[in-house]
Design a protein around this ligand. Structure first.
Ligand SMILES: Cc1cc2nc3c(=O)[nH]c(=O)nc-3n(C[C@H](O)[C@H](O)[C@H](O)COP(=O)(O)OP(=O)(O)OC[C@H]3O[C@@H](n4cnc5c(N)ncnc54)[C@H](O)[C@@H]3O)c2cc1C
Length: 252
């Protein structure tokens, strides 16, 4: 989709299919075009950040260690992952070792990578680093009239759980149901959609507050340590952490 414009009785959409340009007309539009959604940009231009400090970082690594290649390791320790959890898994031939943070992302990622090396006797090389960040601001935006945003375009990433695929799938289902309801009554689809999305949106607000609280606690810990330790931001290594290093390993 290249562009769209609202007309009285529907939406005109410009498409580019290969080298061919085409214009189509529709009564409803579901925006499932991800975090950089053109549709969100046009309807809600204030819903984007110029620059975002928070994000996730993956280190793609060659090498081996005492790690289960069929496992997904989720490390729930704030020193490695202040906003959700840090992770290790093997994809194709590379180990993916990553975490998310709102600030000093590289510091957290390096610390986690180093300590995974110690804990799991991991010997390898970082083949590639990749960062991901959400450009969205202002929380959830569901659209207007008969244009409904779902998934990442609507801002449905749950920062507390660190996942969004379930919200994306569920919101797309609600969008279709809202359109079917609108067809029956002639009311704009957005009013049904907002209603159906209410519980998910409320849960996201609750989860966002939990993230804020845990970030606040994390900042206090660093501040407190900096008064006494020679290396203030250095967490205890994984052996010292002992039982606190909780991993979940699932075979898939
Ligand atoms: C590194 C990383 C790890 C993740 N891990 C997890 C995880 O473990 N669990 C989880 O639940 N979620 C995870 N997520 C989030 C999850 O991938 C997304 O929330 C989910 O894919 C959102 O689905 P979506 O359909 O809204 O958007 P997307 O999956 O981004 O799909 C949008 C689609 O729209 C297309 N598109 C964009 N613009 C246009 C246009 N103008 N015209 C036509 N097509 C267009 C894009 O090409 C794309 O195919 C992760 C995300 C990242 C970046």
């Amino acid at each position: 989709m290249i562009d769209f414009e609202q007309a009285n009785d529907g939406i005109r959409i410009q498409l580019q299919i290969g080298t061919e340009s085409r214009e189509i007309f529709t009564r409803y539009l579901i925006a499932a075009d991800g975090m950089s959604s053109k549709i969100r940009k046009k309807l809600h231009p204030d819903g984007f950040l110029q620059k975002t400090p928070k994000g996730a970082m993956n280190y793609y690594c060659t090498g081996e260690g005492d790690l289960d290649p069929n496992g997904l390791y989720m490390v729930n320790i704030k020193e490695y992952a202040p906003i959700m959890f840090a992770w290790i898994y093997k994809k194709d031939d590379l180990w993916v070792i990553g975490t998310g943070a709102e600030y000093d992302l590289k510091g957290y990622a390096d610390r986690f990578y180093d300590d995974v090396g110690e804990k799991y006797n991991f010997k390898g090389e970082i083949a590639r680093k990749e960062g991901f960040a959400s450009p969205l601001k202002g929380g959830v935006y569901l659209g207007e009239d008969n244009i409904l945003l779902c998934g990442d375009a609507a801002g449905l990433l749950d920062a507390y759980r660190g996942v969004a695929m379930d919200n994306a799938a569920l919101s797309a289902r609600f969008a279709v149901q809202a359109i079917l309801d609108a067809e029956k009554t002639g009311t704009k689809a957005i009013s049904y959609y907002v209603q159906k999305m209410g519980p998910m949106k409320r849960q996201m607000v609750v989860n966002e507050k939990s993230v804020r609280l845990s970030l606040l606690r994390m900042k206090c810990i660093i501040w407190h340590k900096s008064a006494s330790d020679s290396d203030p931001c250095r967490p205890p290594n994984l052996e010292q952490v002992g039982q606190r290093f909780r991993t979940m390993s699932a075979t898939y």
